[in-house]
Structure formats: structure tokens, C-alpha cells
Design a protein around this ligand. Structure first.
Ligand SMILES: [Zn+2]
Length: 270
């Protein structure tokens, strides 16, 4: 194969990515409104929408949800974060809390919209089994206090397979199944992709775009710089492989979500 042919294929692929990005920007608001059931949105600037991201540890917000937070903030959606631990696995909890607040500020979430849970039964520990009923209770209390239109969290594989991430998905699914989710609130889970796609950087974008999903968020070069700056706020976590993650992880560029289906309202489980 000639070098010219290879070059043409590469350029065409990059142009395709650019076209997908432009189309995504044009259609995002429509997709967002399709994914949530809201009646009180300000049609001109989306300021009626409130979104909650539920994570397990400080740094989950930028490692896995940065494209979502950045895009929603750009659309004037009121984005909140509920982080269910202070990340105390190596006894760095207080430092990690500060890093989380700095990272959120970079991504567009003010400190007043960040809630960090410090509960002895929700330790930052991959070997700890978080109680589904406890996690559900914490999340539903927060949801009812703020009337969110959408809650976004991990799927059943937790992106990295961390037990604490998976426990959150189980808790949110439990709320959905038992009808405890307030009306007008959609639940969405972040799709976990295989290893090859996960580390294919922005080149993975066409695959995410072509495969069906309920909602997709893509960052451009400016958004990527924001996501990278947020990652760098987590100084206690900056080991060499974090730098590789910043370059190669597709979660720095794209997030895809599936809707979590909800059961009948106020179902009692005996
Ligand atoms: Zn985590």
C-alpha cells in the first residue's frame, strides 16, 4: 500500500471525526431533551434542567465523566456532583477533597453544588461491599432534596470494574426498579467499553457514534484541555500511568449513556 493511500485514509478518518463532532454539537440539545422528561425547561438556554452525577471517589468525575460535565455546563444545565467517599484509601482524604473541589471548578461545577459523603460504611476500598440499601438511601435523599431531571452514574461494569462504582449502579437500579425515583427524573448509566476501545483515544469516536446509545457527549480540543486540567488537579493521584490515561483514554473525549428503565412508582418490596 502506498504511503499516499495510507495518508489519504488517515486524513479521511480525521475529517470523519470532525464531521461527527460538528453534528454532535448541532444535535445534542435535541438528544438531551429526548432523554429526559421535563416540562419546565427554558427553551432558549436549558436553564431549567438539573443534572446529578453520582460517583464513588474524588477523580471519578474527571477520569470518567468529564465530557458529560463539560458539555452540560456549556448548555447552562445546572450540574451537581454527589461523591460517595472522600477517597481515604491511602489516608489522603482531606487532600483529595480539596483536589475534588478544584477539579469540579475547572469542569464547571461550583463548590456549592458538590456534596462529598464521609460515611464509615462507605469506605474507599475495592474490597469493601457497599450496602445497596445504604447507597440507595443516600442517593434518593439527595435526589428528593434537589429535584433533579437526570441522574447519571456508572453502569453495571463500573468502567474500571471497581466494586464501589458497581455498588452505585446497583443502588440506582434498585431505586428505579422499586419506583422510588421522583417523577420527571431520568436515570442514565455510563457505558463501559472493552479495553481496546477504552484506550483508542479520540480515534474511538466513530465507533461510539455509530453504536446505539440514548445520549452521547463529545468534547472538542477546548473541552479536552479542560478535562486534562481537571485531571491534573488530583496531584496525589498523578502516577506515571495517569499521564498515559490522559492521552489514551476515550473517556477523556466521549461518554455514551444508556437509560436505566424504571419500574412502577411506589412499589413496595416485602
Ligand atoms: Zn472510582
Amino acid at each position: 500500500m502506498s504511503i499516499y493511500l495510507l495518508f489519504s485514509i488517515l486524513v479521511s478518518y480525521l475529517v470523519w471525526i470532525k464531521c461527527i463532532y460538528c453534528r454532535h454539537r448541532r444535535t445534542l440539545v435535541k438528544s438531551l431533551k429526548r432523554a429526559i422528561n421535563v416540562s419546565s425547561i427554558n427553551e432558549t438556554n436549558n436553564s431549567g434542567i438539573k443534572a446529578l452525577i453520582v460517583t464513588a471517589h474524588p477523580d471519578d468525575e474527571c477520569m470518567f465523566f468529564a465530557p458529560t460535565i463539560i458539555r452540560l455546563s456549556e448548555l447552562n444545565v445546572s450540574v451537581h456532583l454527589l461523591c460517595l467517599s472522600e477517597g481515604n484509601y491511602y489516608n489522603q482524604g482531606p487532600d483529595r477533597q480539596k483536589e475534588l473541589l478544584n477539579s469540579c471548578a475547572v469542569l464547571g461545577i461550583p463548590t456549592s453544588r458538590v456534596t462529598i459523603v464521609d460515611h464509615k460504611n462507605l469506605p474507599d476500598d475495592p474490597k469493601a461491599e457497599w450496602s445497596v440499601s445504604l447507597v440507595s438511601a443516600v442517593i434518593v435523599k439527595h435526589m428528593r432534596a434537589h429535584s433533579f431531571n437526570m441522574v447519571l452514574t456508572f453502569d453495571g461494569r463500573g468502567v474500571s470494574g471497581h466494586a464501589n462504582h458497581i455498588a452505585i449502579h446497583k443502588a440506582v437500579s434498585h431505586l428505579a426498579y422499586t419506583g422510588q425515583v421522583p417523577n420527571d427524573c431520568s436515570l442514565l448509566s455510563l457505558v463501559t467499553v472493552g479495553l481496546l476501545r477504552k484506550y483508542f483515544s479520540f480515534l474511538e469516536l466513530p465507533i461510539s457514534w455509530l453504536l446505539p446509545s440514548h445520549l452521547c457527549f463529545i468534547t472538542g480540543s477546548q473541552g479536552y484541555s479542560q478535562a486534562k486540567a481537571a485531571m491534573l488537579c488530583h496531584r496525589t493521584q498523578l502516577l506515571w500511568f495517569r499521564y498515559l490515561y490522559i492521552v489514551f483514554s476515550r473517556y477523556m473525549f466521549v461518554n455514551t449513556f444508556e437509560l436505566i428503565s424504571q419500574g412502577p412508582k411506589n412499589l413496595k418490596i416485602y
